[in-house]
Design a protein around this ligand. Structure first.
Ligand code: ZN
Length: 124
């Protein structure tokens, strides 16, 4: 990668992503029983890696579709952060605009690719 996001910005995005993730998980905990709340904090560590276990599947099912999707996107974004790929479109590899990153720090695509993908979905 020729161009890199400054480390300070990356840390800020990381903080935002983790905060958002905790918010979603906390919301679920509030809706659930206490025993589930304890387990939810374990699940918080890495939802995707543990997706094998039936508990995690249950956990994911108990979230709304939008929350579930966002949680997966956030985990994905955190992984990209660790791999130094964060901030770049996963399709065209261009840097994602700052405005877009500020609004949707978990987005894997630039606005162009996102729109293209949505058009294709609509066309089906
Ligand atoms: Zn793109």
């Amino acid at each position: 990668m020729s161009k890199k996001i400054p480390k300070k910005e990356l840390l800020e995005y990381k903080r935002q992503l983790q905060e958002r993730k905790e918010k979603i998980i906390r919301k679920l905990s509030e809706l659930s029983s206490q025993s589930l709340e304890v387990e939810a904090s374990n699940v918080a560590q890495d939802v995707v890696d543990k997706a094998e276990s039936s508990y995690t599947k249950e956990f994911l099912l108990s979230l709304s579709d939008a929350e579930r999707e966002q949680l997966l996107l956030i985990d994905d974004a955190l992984r990209r952060l660790a791999r130094d790929e964060f901030g770049f479109c996963q399709i065209c590899r261009k840097e994602i605009g700052k405005k877009r990153m500020a609004a949707l720090p978990w987005t894997p695509y630039c606005i162009d690719c996102q729109e293209k993908a949505e058009e294709e979905t609509r066309g089906q």
